[in-house]
Design a protein around this ligand. Structure first.
Ligand SMILES: [Zn+2]
Length: 240
């Protein structure tokens, strides 16, 4: 665990979402002020929030470089693109007795749009605009979102590592990267011709079993942190 400084104004701004953005380990991004990485496990780290234009971005600094606090967002700040540093976790999740193939998208970039009642991260904001819906339980799969598609490239990346492309209706790349498929995922995806996409902060990448990942996903849903939709699925033929 790192020693994290959080000022009162940061606490007031992020409120209940603070637990989701505060790292338990050293932040992956370098210090916002000196641009050097956090490489000492005993380091004291300051949480710095850049805020402006209804948007906030969470960053971190060495305690020696800056105190925790809220700063104005720099002019011309560009929100991260949806596929920027996103992780995807594949799971097979029981939805009221039906095993469905699930893809859970989590963005590593902590940038948020401020709403009156909540702070949605920018990826969530984008997906809601696209027709994805808030999810509060995993008993029932969320509605289909037309014209979105997930394309799987089996064994294209490396043996045992599959490539995945998720495209929006305009052909925009929402995600491209590799993933590891759990047992049964591909069979269920081929059978249904659809996969369930959930997006939000669920903390799955650090967990070491599918049971733990499924429990964390359910907890994230109950906490109102997920949006979801069912999208088309296709299994690209191998190009051997
Ligand atoms: Zn620094």
């Amino acid at each position: 665990m790192i020693d994290l400084n959080i000022s009162d104004d940061v606490r007031a701004l992020l409120g209940e979402d603070l637990a989701l953005v505060a790292p338990a380990d050293l932040p992956p991004d370098p210090c916002i002020d000196c641009s050097k990485p956090f490489d000492d496990a005993t380091a004291t780290v300051s949480m710095v929030v850049l805020a402006g234009d209804g948007m906030v971005r969470v960053a971190f600094a060495h305690a020696a470089c800056a105190p925790s606090g809220v700063r104005p967002l720099p002019d011309g700040y560009e929100p991260p693109a949806p596929d920027d540093r996103m992780t995807i976790t594949a799971l097979v999740v029981d939805h009221s007795g039906t095993e469905l193939p699930v893809l859970v998208c989590e963005s590593a970039v902590k940038a948020y749009r401020l709403h009156e009642q909540s702070t949605d991260d920018l990826v969530t904001d984008f997906l809601l605009d696209e027709g994805f819906t808030h999810v509060d339980q995993l008993h029932q799969a969320p509605p289909t979102v037309a014209e979105w598609i997930a394309v799987l490239f089996l064994d294209h990346v490396a043996p045992e590592t599959d490539g995945l492309l998720i495209l929006d209706p305009r052909g925009g790349i929402f995600f491209q990267g590799s993933l590891v498929l759990p047992d049964g995922w591909l069979q269920q995806a081929d059978r249904h011709g659809q996969v369930v996409v959930y997006s939000g902060n669920a903390g799955l990448p650090g967990l070491d079993s599918d049971d733990a990942r499924t429990a964390a996903l359910a907890a994230a849903a109950q906490a109102g942190r997920l949006v979801g939709g069912r999208i088309g699925f296709t299994n690209a033929p191998a190009t051997a």
